[in-house]
Design a protein around this ligand. Structure first.
Ligand SMILES: [Zn+2]
Length: 377
């Protein structure tokens, strides 16, 4: 489809909107438009230029496309809808009849545009969490909006500096507006929050998910140590039992349940560690921080007199940060968003594919999980 304009048509200077006669045209350009009768439709036009007395010779804005785009606005809007519906770049490319690179280019462009106009909206309840970009290394840190379940900010690393970098991407009024922050018991994030968020000490909640993860990992360490010892003596009782100790009881099948009971009743170290770990779960059944504190102190006293070194270490860590564990009763936030986001982000990695580069991965997370208004206008 070839587009031309009438003779004598006037155009606006893109800088000052002054109406001017056409000065000349640049060479022909092409834009992919929505299909016509299922035929791929390409718009051809020579964009006019004006000569503004103030701004010089300028190419005018075209009503059908954004600057430097190879697609019309209509096509781009459709592409966004398809990308969201299919949730994959490959799938969208198939329907749109675009290449992977062209389709990915739209994702990148959309995210850049939305980030540029990002508003000052205050997010009252945030979560901060790290995520391994590749297994066991290359961390990125994410800040979530806990109420909207969206990713607000992403940056590289998982240390204090990374935390600082993250918080500094929020404006001052956004930082002032934060009322509660869910995070794991990591000194790095605590330090970063204290540096950026006013009165952070009263706002930090070490969410149950993170605390239970620590104690589960400790119990697993106990199991590994004990298994090594038993195995050396030819005792295979703890072989292939990891799953039994890590899963919640409801998830075990009847057969697994029987195996669990058989090992549990044998008075092994792991049995004790497991029981303490499960006992800790009840901490979040209390209604106020005072009774939570009492419960924890009692739990702590029991654990600290055992020989379960990994668990004792966790007990000490929690005791040091206890005020920000029981602050749950004040703020009632969990990092459930971070938990569910983990799997959502993993699935983005799987479905969208092709992320050898961290920047591309971050772009995809913003596009699919950023809760952004992706459309042009
Ligand atoms: Zn002008």
């Amino acid at each position: 489809m070839h587009v031309e304009h009438a003779d004598g048509e006037k155009f606006c200077c893109p800088e000052c909107d002054r109406q001017l006669a056409c000065y000349d045209h640049v060479s022909e350009r092409r834009w992919r438009h929505l299909d016509t009768m299922q035929y791929r439709t390409i718009l051809h036009a020579k964009p006019p230029r004006v000569k503004c007395p103030e701004h010089g010779v300028k190419q005018v804005n075209l009503p059908w496309a954004e600057k430097n785009s190879r697609f019309t606005v209509f096509f781009e809007q459709f592409a966004i809808a398809v990308l969201l519906a299919t949730q994959t770049v490959q799938g969208a490319a198939g329907i749109l009849r675009t290449s992977w690179d062209e389709t990915w280019h739209i994702v990148k462009k959309v995210v850049a545009r939305v980030k540029a106009r990002k508003t000052d909206t205050v997010v009252q309840r945030i979560g901060i969490d790290k995520k391994a970009f590749r297994k066991g290394q290359n961390y990125i840190t994410l800040i979530y909006d806990l109420d909207r379940s969206t990713v607000e900010v992403i940056s590289d690393g998982n240390d204090t500096e990374a935390g600082n970098a993250r918080f500094s991407q929020l404006s001052q009024s956004q930082r002032d507006g934060v009322e509660a922050i869910a995070m794991d018991i990591s000194a790095a994030y605590v330090k970063a929050a204290k540096a950026s968020i006013p009165l952070a000490d009263t706002k930090i909640v070490h969410a149950r998910f993170h605390v239970m993860k620590l104690s589960t990992e400790a119990a697993d360490k106990v199991r590994r140590g004990e298994h090594r010892k038993l195995d050396a003596e030819g005792d295979k009782r703890l072989s292939r039992t990891r799953y039994l100790w890590l899963s919640s009881q409801e998830k075990l099948s009847e057969h697994q349940r029987e195996r669990f009971d058989a090992v549990y009743t044998q008075q092994l170290e792991i049995g004790k560690a497991w029981a303490y770990k499960e006992m800790l779960r009840a901490l979040w059944h209390h209604d106020d921080s005072a009774s939570e504190t009492v419960y924890f102190r009692d739990w702590y006293k029991r654990v600290i007199h055992t020989k379960l070194t990994p668990l004792k270490k966790v007990a000490k860590t929690i005791a040091e940060r206890l005020a920000n564990v029981v602050s749950y009763c004040t703020h009632r936030i969990t990092n459930a968003v971070a938990e569910s986001m983990n799997s959502k982000i993993m699935s983005i990695k799987r479905r969208v594919g092709g992320y050898r580069y961290r920047e591309n991965f971050k772009t995809a997370v913003y596009f699919y999980r950023g809760g952004l208004n992706l459309y042009p206008h």
